[in-house]
Design a protein around this ligand. Structure first.
Ligand code: ADP
Ligand code: XUL
Length: 570
């Protein structure tokens, strides 16, 4: 007899794909499905899920609508739709969706007989939503910081100095550029709350953790900042919906449209949140004592590092006008309002690694992670050579752009480093095949550097997630550079950890949906955190000795990036 046991759906509307995970009440996965945007919807002509035009990055909102519809149809085809008892989700942070009045009305009365997109063509004041890779709003950032009384003051209020991809600057750009479009905007959602809105048939509140990525939210007070919203428009507070929600709270019920179309119950829709906070909370659900939670390193399209904070770090008296070390972000915890998370974000993550894989190793390596790994698994390049791969304008270090390779020079070179060694900038490394190792060392040494500036506690362990965390060479370099054991989530089977790469934003969302119906710790069962790497003490020593030179060279290329045009030869 077919089972009728309750199931829970978690979604993750990320940069390159929409992932869906269905779990049962013990947290076991029954269905995992991915809709890769470029392959599934070629008519939208995206590359890696978005359109890049100079410093502008957008994604077609109707493509996201189609993907959400398709993921539900896959759950239906798998025979699981009628058993779904709650849905929650995650999405790329910072991106924004602009509802028209017509759209707000339309999502509440969608016709099952007609294609979804056809009914939503006029639903959005802007069809191409700005997304997190956008860096076109420097001018708006400056205006926001000036309005707040400086970058340190903006960080004190909102948890971050102004960043181009943050939603506040993006909204300001839209308002300034086109008053006709602006006049059509009836509500603004983040990508996370947009997805929850579509599913529930009414505009859903934005959750606190994702609101922390807007530069418009008072993190410590847990409310939108009227001061900062007024910098953009006196009506902005209303457009954002006034109240925020926590990521474990119900924001609506599944709309009759989807319920009828896919034979589902009008089950609770639990608030969606950002992909990074969702992953972080997902890992927490695997710990009995959340104080033990180590830093989470997500190696997806972006690389991010999320670390627990014991208190809000930007107490008024602790900030000066010195913005040098307020580069990272502080987010409100997605489910516990009194807790905060420090987040470091690197734009040149997986796509930069892919570029090295496909362009620096010769024809055989095209698309091959095993070729990349073979080259990367050699011993450390540091302290003899360093590489920096900022293919698009970096977030951390801010505005760094270009590709830079340095090799130690016998006597004098371009740069004298703190160790006393001279380095010469080279177009190619002397030995071929150095680039894979160089990019990995550089990416993880950057995390180590930025973590040391951002956190008061020494790092004790790292938990990895995201597409690239499946790669054993990458995991080992994380362990060796950071000098800590590395853990991954997976399914424990007779042969050890069988699934080493749980898609945590989606899984964390499914767990929030489950917990909404059945509170308490549920993950005593099959999914566990398992140590996957132990640091090699000698290697760690090498990186520690190389650290001052790395920091110096990173500063050198960052300052140089803004002055010189970048080279990107391989
Ligand atoms: P997102 O959620 O941002 O869409 P994912 O976390 O799914 O991204 O990660 C996708 C990325 O994972 C791809 O761009 C790819 O480069 C990377 N990836 C997948 N497998 C590997 C691997 N074996 N080694 C390194 N990177 C990988
Ligand atoms: C975080 C950020 C990215 C996106 C990617 O600040 O911009 O990690 O959330 O999905």
């Amino acid at each position: 007899m077919a089972s009728s046991a309750p199931l829970f759906l978690g979604l993750d509307l990320s940069t390159q794909q929409l992932k869906g995970i269905v779990i049962d009440a013990s947290g076991r996965i029954l269905l995992e499905t991915n809709i890769v945007f470029d392959a599934q919807f070629p008519e939208y002509r995206t590359t890696n899920g978005r359109h890049i035009n100079g410093s502008t990055a957008t994604a077609p909102v109707l493509m996201w609508v189609e993907a959400i519809d398709l993921v539900l149809s896959r759950v239906h085809s798998a025979g699981l739709a009628h058993r779904i008892r709650a849905i929650s989700g995650a999405a790329q942070q910072h991106g924004s969706v602009y509802w028209s009045h017509e759209g707000i009305e339309a999502i509440g009365k969608l016709d099952v007989q007609r294609p979804l997109c056809e009914q939503l063509v006029g639903a959005f004041a802007i069809l191409d939503s700005p997304v997190w890779e956008d860096s076109s709003t420097t001018e708006q950032c400056q205006r926001l910081e000036a309005w707040a009384g400086g970058s340190a003051e903006l960080a004190r209020i909102s948890g971050s100095a102004a960043f181009e991809r943050f939603t506040g600057a993006q909204i300001m750009k839209i308002k300034v550029r086109d008053s006709d479009i602006w006049n059509r905007v009836a509500r603004i959602s983040l990508v996370s709350s947009f997805a929850a809105s579509l599913l529930s048939g009414a505009v859903a509140p934005i959750d606190a953790s994702d609101a922390s990525g807007t530069n418009l939210y008072e993190i410590e007070a847990g409310q939108w900042s009227k001061l900062l919203c007024d910098a953009i428009d006196p009506g902005l507070l209303g457009l954002l919906g006034g109240r925020v929600t926590m990521a474990d709270q119900m924001v609506g019920t599944l709309s009759p449209h989807f319920a009828t179309k896919y034979g589902m119950a009008q089950c609770p829709v639990v608030s969606f949140t950002g992909d990074n906070p969702s992953a972080y909370a997902g890992f927490e659900s695997m710990f009995r004592d959340t104080d033990q939670l180590a830093s989470v390193i997500s190696l997806g399209t972006s690389d991010t590092m999320l670390s627990p904070l014991t208190r809000y770090p930007y107490a008024f008296e602790s900030l000066t006008t010195d913005t040098e070390h307020i580069d990272g972000h502080v987010l409100q915890h997605p489910t516990v309002p009194s807790r905060f998370i420090a987040m470091l974000c690197y734009k040149n993550g997986s796509l930069a690694r892919e570029w090295v894989r496909d362009n620096c190793l010769g024809i055989n390596s095209l698309g091959s992670w095993s070729e990349f790994n073979e080259a990367a698994a050699t011993g450390p390049l540091a302290p003899a050579a360093y590489g920096f791969y900022y293919l698009s304008k970096e977030i951390l270090p801010k505005n760094a752009i270009g590709i830079y390779r340095f090799e130690k020079a016998a006597s004098t070179g371009d740069v004298k480093c703190p160790s006393g060694a001279y380095f010469k900038r080279v177009q190619r490394f002397a030995a071929t095949c150095c680039d894979p190792r160089a990019i990995l060392e550089s990416q993880i040494m950057s995390m180590r550097l930025d973590y040391s500036r951002k956190s008061t506690k020494p790092l004790t362990a790292a938990i990895v997630t995201g597409g690239a965390s499946a790669n054993p060479v990458i995991r080992q370099i994380v362990a060796d550079v950071l000098g800590v054991p590395v853990f991954a989530a997976g399914l424990r089977g007779s042969e050890g950890l069988e699934v080493g790469n749980l898609a945590m934003p989606a899984y964390g969302a499914a767990v929030r949906a489950l917990r909404h119906m059945k509170p308490g710790r549920i993950l005593d069962g099959d999914y566990v955190l398992e140590q996957v790497c132990w640091p090699d003490g000698d290697m760690h020593g090498v990186y520690s000795d190389a650290f001052a030179d790395f920091e110096f060279l990173r500063q050198h290329v960052t300052t140089g990036s803004t002055r010189h045009s970048a080279s990107s030869s391989c």
